[in-house]
Design a protein. Structure first.
Length: 536
């Protein structure tokens, strides 16, 4: 099961390289100069010291992304010639070494900088997203923050077992801001002029980094594309261990087949929440399916007849409901109805297999015992870990400050989308953050001027492989049009190709609106739907 979970994680991690295609609006300005490929003089950001700067000319060809466990290596073909500048810096006294990479197209630079974010515990990119950005004409940047890879958190604790605060600060915020500062200097030095516009682009951890930039460093970027954002990290990372706690306390471990049966039943029951029978729950918040309705149902699991029990239904009900305190107060949001339950509730041969990211957060960062079995927490221990995480790390990595007034004053634009069937980060948390921003900053109309959120029915985390919901086809292009041409997106064009070869299109609605079938027309076509306020 762990191998299967890591394989699933591996398919999600490089996703932004495949999804964020170069926007049509990224046209090359006439006479764009070739960069000067040399180590430029740099002004170190406050509190840092530049240790080294190198520059290397790289010919056009394939970019081979190395295998970084748990991800297999892969190749990005046809990447243009470029200059690769690498900056290593440190924070005196911290014994850290953060590396920043800036890739500069040798020709056809579109005059823009695009910084790309990370995934899970990796702060940045290993080449795939950088290559995609350069293919689109961008100068591209990323950082490793001086930490490690996707699931390696060996850096988190000092030799004495305390949190390594400098590295956590790097990962949480510091290195991302320093990347913006230095990447702009590198671009200006290489091309003889600054980038006309700077953009940040990321999903998941990258999404959290984008929100952090808007909150703490509002002048770094003109536009931020931050999707399925891992904001409220201190809360949701503990909360996503909840399915394992529920199963352990109930001594009940449904198989993936059984979990899938509950999901299929819920989708069937709530398919018409958007007025169309299309195999997708259009508005999960309006779905009131009770998993107890499936008790006694016989299903086939790989040729083995299986009967759904009351204990199975009770587990699913708690997972959907989300974590609660011992007094019944809701702590965070549960796995969305319609999302893959087995992603967080991994089980093999009756043995729990937690998803590595929340398991590492709880055992290593919160409880300071990396070898501990995260599946053995009692309800009381879980609640204690949740509250400790919020108290200890909220101000460091929570990244959910609703005051975006600095970003609004800077003229920046924040565009964000998330799947309503996100199996790793509940979209309800993202929507709740947007609501808090509205409460803080004068209502939806004022917030829509600079920050727009779009939710995608039936779409999973960052639109991973096997996803069946329509995902935005060019969110970065929509952001560029908004920043540079004032075209604020009211909808985001989205599409998905189903297993049977059908292409389904949708226009994702600007939050809080939801998509409704007009009552006529092909349910596979976006034109058959309209955006309306939800009826609740």
């Amino acid at each position: 099961m762990m191998k299967r979970i890591l394989a699933v994680l591996a398919t999600v991690l490089p996703l932004t390289a495949a999804v964020y295609l170069p926007p049509a609006s990224a046209a090359t300005p006439p006479g764009a100069a070739a960069p000067r490929c040399a180590a430029p003089p740099l002004r170190a950001p406050a509190g840092t010291r530049v240790e080294s700067v190198t520059a290397e000319s790289v010919a056009a060809g394939d970019v081979v992304v190395p295998p970084i466990p748990p991800q297999d290596g892969y190749t990005v073909p046809g990447v243009p010639a470029r200059c690769e500048v690498t900056v290593t810096l440190t924070h005196p006294g911290a014994d850290d070494h953060a590396r920043i990479q800036v890739w500069l197209p040798a020709s056809g630079w579109n005059g823009r900088l695009q910084t790309v974010g990370g995934s899970a515990y990796a702060a940045g990119d290993y080449g795939g997203q950088l290559a995609a950005a350069v293919q689109g004409g961008y100068a591209a940047a990323t950082t490793d923050a001086g930490v490690s890879t996707y699931t390696d958190v060996s850096w988190a604790l000092t030799a004495k077992g305390a949190i390594n605060r400098p590295l956590l600060e790097n990962f949480a915020s510091r290195s991302e801001h320093e990347t913006a500062v230095l990447a702009k200097q590198v671009v200006s030095g290489a091309y003889g002029r600054p980038a006309a516009h700077a953009y940040f682009n990321g999903c998941s951890t990258g999404g959290r980094q984008g929100y952090m930039e808007a909150q703490r460093h509002p002048d770094d970027y003109d536009g931020i594309a931050a999707h399925a954002p891992a904001i409220s990290w201190d809360a949701f990372e503990v909360a996503t261990l909840w399915p394992q706690v529920v199963m352990a306390q109930a001594h009940t471990y449904p198989t993936k087949c059984e979990f899938d049966a509950f999901t299929a039943a819920a989708v069937t029951a709530c398919d018409l929440t958007d007025g169309a029978k299309d195999g997708v729950i259009g508005d999960p918040a309006a779905c009131d399916y009770d998993p107890r309705r499936l008790i006694g149902t016989r299903i086939d699991c790989d040729g083995v007849p299986t009967t759904i029990t009351a204990a199975d239904a009770a587990v699913v009900r708690e997972i959907w409901d989300g974590p609660r305190s011992g007094r019944g107060a809701k702590l965070w949001y549960g796995t969305p109805v319609g999302a893959d339950l087995s992603a967080l509730a991994g089980v093999e041969d009756g043995i729990a297999q937690p998803f590595p990211v929340p398991a590492a957060w709880v055992t290593t960062f919160v409880r300071k015992h990396p070898a501990e079995d995260a599946t053995k927490l009692s309800y009381a221990e879980f609640e204690k870990a949740f509250r400790q995480s919020r108290a200890e790390f909220g101000g460091v990595i929570g990244t959910d400050d609703p005051d975006l007034s600095g970003f609004r004053r800077s003229g920046g634009k924040l565009l964000s989308w998330q799947g309503l069937a996100d199996q790793y980060i509940p979209a309800a948390g993202t929507a709740a953050y947007r609501d808090r921003v509205e409460d803080r900053m004068g209502g939806a109309g004022r917030v829509d001027d600079f920050y727009r959120l779009f939710l995608a029915p039936g779409t999973d985390h960052c639109a991973g492989p096997g996803n069946t919901g329509a995902a935005p086809t060019d969110p970065l292009g929509a952001l560029v049009d908004w920043v540079e041409h004032g075209k604020a997106p009211d909808t985001l064009p989205a599409a998905v190709t189903r297993a049977d070869g059908r292409t389904v299109t949708r226009d994702l609605c600007r939050y809080p609106r939801v998509s409704r079938y007009t009552g006529h027309g092909d349910v596979d076509e976006a034109s058959s739907f309209r955006c309306v306020l939800p009826r609740r």
